[in-house]
Design a protein around this ligand. Structure first.
Ligand code: GLN
Length: 275
């Protein structure tokens, strides 16, 4: 068998971009090398390595888990099946948080997963005091490596939502991308989601239960005028605004993601709610 880089690209049943990513990963080369070395004959071991990766992709495994990495907010993040794959939509939550974070501000990322939100914040704002929590020790191990590899200073805590935060100093902003997919949503059994940690995707209920817990607990952990910002599902913005308004938050509003879908909703702590 005499595979060349070019022949493996021509024969492949994969999407062309996936194919290039997997070739680079299997051969340990960059995109340019795929062009400059296109006629190079691969060793049997190289062909085998590529074919094994291609088969995993054909079976449906997300490309980010196969190569163990995904870019978010311009930074490389290690990912494995203990964490959700960072989505570009979530960059909106990072930007809204940065806009509301004062100099030397304190910010909390609840349910950090790969650490994408917290690490992006700490990397962008060296002055910020960033805390990130997750209930999963396996996720926290990934997040800690991502902070170290990106030179981001983040304090990590293992915590079931606010449980381990008793007595902590209050925050200027609380941001979260919690599990918000309803347990009966068919998307859970389609595409990449089949491979992602189910506890990071769904609340095993109506999709709003984690958002309710976060909204109910935030007043005890926000500074006066502090902001709570949450990512949610494509059809949940009105429900999340209603929860925030009922809980007495001010300036309740939603923001659209790149696809024009209301994806993040937030509110400002009303002084009367502060404890
Ligand atoms: N945005 C993800 C999706 O719908 C879900 C993320 C989450 O549950 N927090 O694929």
């Amino acid at each position: 068998m005499t595979d060349t880089i070019a022949s493996l690209q021509k024969q492949s049943k994969l999407d062309a971009l996936d194919n290039r990513v997997l070739l680079c990963h299997a051969l340990g080369v960059n995109r340019i090398a795929l062009i400059t070395q296109s006629e190079r004959v691969l060793t049997a071991e190289e062909s085998q390595r590529f074919n094994a990766l291609a088969q995993r992709r054909l079976d449906g495994e997300p490309i980010a888990y196969i190569v163990g990495q995904r870019e978010f907010f311009g930074l490389p993040f290690e990912v494995n099946d203990a964490v959700l794959i960072p989505r570009p939509d979530t960059e909106l939550l990072v930007e809204l948080t940065l806009d509301r974070l004062p100099a030397q501000g304190r910010v909390l990322d609840m349910g950090t997963g790969s650490g994408a939100i917290a690490v992006s914040l700490a990397h962008t704002r060296k002055d910020a005091d960033v805390t990130a929590l997750d209930v999963s020790p396996d996720a926290l191990a990934v997040a800690q490596r991502n902070a170290a590899n990106n030179g981001a200073r983040v304090t990590f805590l293992q915590s079931d939502w606010y449980a381990a935060l008793q007595g902590a100093a209050p925050f200027d902003v609380i941001a979260s991308n919690p599990p918000y997919i309803a347990s009966d949503d068919c998307h859970l059994s389609e595409g990449d989601l089949r491979y992602e940690p189910v506890g990071a995707l769904t609340d095993h209920a109506d999709g709003l239960s984690a958002l309710r817990i976060i909204i109910a607990g935030a007043p005890q952990h926000l500074k006066p005028q502090g902001w709570l910002l949450m990512e949610h599902g494509y059809d949940q913005s009105a429900a999340v605004r209603a929860l925030l308004s009922e809980a007495g938050y001010d300036e309740v509003q939603s923001w659209q993601d790149l696809a024009g879908i209301e994806r993040v909703t937030g509110g400002k702590l009303n002084n009367l709610l502060s404890t």
